[in-house]
Design a protein around this ligand. Structure first.
Ligand code: ATP
Length: 134
């Protein structure tokens, strides 16, 4: 089966580097599946799961927004933050979700509200990826 190189990089450093058969990410316009030979493009990413398929295995990463760049020989995901499922601290994500929910209940102002919504999305995404519910 043909493969394409995939890197996931964040400001904290590289998170993933391997050859895969297919990568599926959540872009602003929906899910995008990338196979070797995909046309070059750049797409903004949503907070969501990135699925990395290789042979019969699928690795999953939680990604908190950023960009996906497809070049002929390589896919690069530049993410604000990203963790592979096995590196997710689920207790931390659950705490983050609780904090965000409390802020949403408090409804202080629009900026706080939007920040809490995004924090809740990041936490929920991490919990779903950890639990494999993607
Ligand atoms: P928290 O409130 O728990 O810090 P956050 O969503 O604000 O969550 P980010 O700003 O997205 O956190 O990430 C900061 C750093 O912490 C990044 O390196 C990210 O990979 C890491 N990180 C955040 N939450 C987790 C988690 N639950 N498990 C593992 N790493 C995490």
């Amino acid at each position: 089966m043909r493969t394409i190189a995939v890197s996931i990089v964040t400001p904290d450093g590289p998170v993933y580097d391997s050859d895969v058969n297919m990568v599926i990410a959540v872009t602003a316009t929906g899910e995008l599946g990338v196979l070797p030979g995909h046309i070059p493009t750049v797409a903004p990413l949503q907070i969501g799961a990135v699925r990395l398929k290789k042979d019969n295995a699928t690795e999953i990463a939680a990604v908190s927004g950023g960009f996906l760049e497809i070049r002929p020989e390589k896919v690069t995901i530049l993410a604000q933050s990203a963790e592979l499922a096995e590196d997710i601290n689920v207790a931390r994500a659950q705490e983050a979700a609780k904090r965000a929910e409390a802020l949403l209940q408090a409804r202080r102002d629009d900026t706080d509200f939007r920040r809490a919504e995004l924090a809740l999305q990041r936490a929920t995404n991490r919990i779903r990826v950890y639990e494999g519910k993607v």
